[in-house]
Every structure is written in C-alpha cells, then in structure tokens.
Design a protein around this ligand. Structure first.
Ligand SMILES: NC(=O)c1ccc[n+]([C@@H]2O[C@H](COP(=O)([O-])OP(=O)(O)OC[C@H]3O[C@@H](n4cnc5c(N)ncnc54)[C@H](O)[C@@H]3O)[C@@H](O)[C@H]2O)c1
Length: 318
C-alpha cells in the first residue's frame, strides 16, 4: 500500500478514538468509510471532517451485527478494516454478557465474514490491555502480550475470545490481521462514561469548580495513553505487525491521586478530592509493556501525561 491512497473502513468511527483516527486517515490522504450505529458515538465527532466537501469521507449508520454491514463493505471495497466498534462498558458486560458477546463477538465475526468475501487485505482489531490479562500482581507489571492471565469480566472475555477468529481467518483465507491491546486511552472527545473516562470526568468537574470524587483510596494505578499516540499505532498497523497482538500503552503506572494532582494543576483547581467506597471489581493496578509494539510496528508513545492532559483540558474548556 505504501504512500498510495488506501480505502479504509473504520467501525466505531463516530466514537472517541475512531473519530480521531478518521481525522488522521483523512489528513494522510486516505478514503474513509465510517460504520457506526451511534449507540455511544456522536456525529458531532465527525463534523470537522464532514465540513470539508473535498475530503473522501462516507458515513454509514449501520450496526456491525446486521446484514446491512456486508452491503456497506461490498460497496466501499476497503483494503483495510480498522475495527473499533464495540460494547465498551465493563460493568454493562457483567450485567448483560449476552449483549456484550452479541456486539463484540458476533459483530466482529460478521465483519470478518464481510471482509473475507469482499477482498479486504487486512483487519486491525481493538482489544483491551486493561481487561484481557486479568489481575496481574504489581511485581508482574508491566505485562507483556504473553502474560497468561484470564479476563475477569465478560467484556475482557469477548475481547480476548474474538482474537482466536483472527487466527482462524488468517489460516482459512489468508486475511492479514493485527490486534492492538489498548491501555487507558484519554484525550479530547472522550465521553465521561468510557473506560478511562476518569480524565474527562475529573477535568470537567474541576473546570466547573465542582467537587471531585475518587473511588477507593486513589492509590490504584493505571497506564494512561494519549489518543493521538494510539491513533498512530492504528496507522502503523495498516501495514505492519501482521499476525500479532501489540500492547499500546506507556508502561508507566499513574495513581488516580497523581492524576488528580496533575489535572488540578492544569485546570487551576484548588479543591481537595472527596473519597468514596471503592467500586467492586475495579482493577487495582495495570500497566502494559510495549516492546512488541516498538519492534513489530515501530511505535512509541510521544506524549507526556502533562502534555496530554493539557490538550484534553483545552478541549474541555472549548
Ligand atoms: N477508551 C479506552 O480507554 C479503551 C481502552 C481499551 C480498548 N478500547 C477499545 O477501543 C474501541 C473504541 O473505544 P472508544 O473509547 O472510542 O469508545 P466509544 O464508545 O467512543 O466508541 C465505540 C463506538 O462504537 C460504536 N458502536 C457500538 N456498538 C456498535 C454496533 N453494534 N454497531 C456499530 N457501531 C457500534 C459506538 O456508537 C461508538 O461510536 C473499542 O473497541 C474499545 O473496546 C478503548
């Protein structure tokens, strides 16, 4: 594919990460078809791209579990599929694991079927580095892709399980694939309800001068990675990293208390956090080793936490 224009299908392209990725692909000169059912995504996320009539962007409001998906793939004839559409709520997956599996497993298989029937060369899957490895102990962190833990949520199970189909489709149809296991992604456009919504929730409340609640003692740690760095990994995976899962994070652990401190500094918030009981089932600590992303993709995160939080707060201000 090289520097040539590539036809790309982005599922979940009206969401937080997918719309940021769509903007990047259009800026790189590619032709993009977005598939999204707008269950959590918003058309407003695509407004900037849509305003420019010269940009080759098509939007299809379609559910990935529906028959209509194949018609979209047949018409768009993408060479690459970047698959981000998902049921992303961990607690919702515990409450309704069947719905989670319908979207994350059946929807993905539906997409793989349409892909192999209509000449797609490569599929990039989005998985969750925070949920597929279970609960590693602190001395096992950062975890690499071979860590043997098992998911503790139906969301983690559906994300992990569906990767097996990638191996199957590669064996049956020579469909190329890469799976990106994302850490806690944050940045502009993130819905406060998302997996790492803590940044937008805290930032929004601080800017409004409202109290901020930390669940637990705030010493739980996460691997926060900025959305532009994540988007760059997808762009690299269009051509590299075939047949492997790559963790996409920073390898650093940041406690929720530290996050509060940097965000308070960036927003000029003077209040102290309020502490509430820890939420059941919440992971204590996670961080991802990214050596494979460096060798297989040539990827490294560029953005420091302070830079990323400053960009996010600027967006929240707007
Ligand atoms: N945000 C994170 O920290 C994080 C971490 C790990 C993995 N991920 C993964 O990254 C991907 C994108 O997540 P996000 O944070 O941008 O969330 P998001 O909710 O903003 O994006 C998901 C998009 O998928 C769409 N969607 C959901 N169900 C659909 C369906 N059945 N058919 C068509 N479209 C559907 C939604 O409308 C939304 O636009 C997901 O696969 C998620 O599991 C995110």
């Amino acid at each position: 594919m090289g520097d040539a224009v590539t036809r790309v299908l982005v599922t979940g392209g009206a969401g937080f990460i997918g719309s940021t990725l769509t903007d990047r692909l259009l800026a790189d000169g590619h032709e993009v078809t977005v598939v999204d059912n707008l269950s959590t995504g918003k058309l407003a996320n695509l407004h900037a791209a849509r305003r420019d009539p010269d940009l080759p962007l098509t939007f299809q409001r379609v559910d990935i579990t529906s028959d209509a998906l194949e018609r979209v793939v047949a018409k768009a004839r993408p060479q690459v599929v970047l698959h981000l559409a998902a049921q992303i709520d961990v607690r919702a997956s515990v409450a309704d694991p069947v719905h989670d599996a319908m979207v994350n497993v059946v929807g993905t298989v539906n997409l793989l079927e349409a892909s192999r029937r209509h000449g797609v060369e490569k599929v990039v899957l989005t998985t969750s580095g925070g949920c597929i490895y279970g609960e590693p102990s602190v001395d096992e962190l950062p975890v690499d892709e071979d860590y043997p833990g098992h998911p503790h949520s139906p969301y983690g199970a559906s994300k992990r399980g569906v990767e097996e189909y990638l191996h199957t489709y590669a064996a049956l149809y020579d469909l190329r694939w890469t799976s990106l296991a994302l850490a806690n992604v944050y940045g502009p456009r993130q819905d406060p309800g998302g997996e790492a919504g803590v940044v937008s929730i805290f930032g929004g409340r601080m800017l409004a001068g409202e109290p901020v609640t930390i669940f637990g003692d705030g010493r739980q740690t996460r691997d926060f990675v900025f959305v532009d760095d994540v988007v760059h990994a997808f762009v690299l995976a269009m051509e590299r990293g075939d047949g492997v899962r790559c963790n996409i994070g920073t390898g650093e652990r940041t406690s929720v208390n530290e996050l509060f401190g940097v965000l308070a500094d960036v927003t000029g918030y003077a209040g102290a956090p309020e502490y509430a009981a820890a939420r059941p089932g919440e992971l204590a600590h996670i961080s991802l080793a990214t050596g494979r992303a460096a060798t297989a993709l040539g990827w490294k995160p560029w953005t420091t936490l302070r830079e990323g939080l400053t960009a996010t707060v600027d967006w929240l201000r707007g």
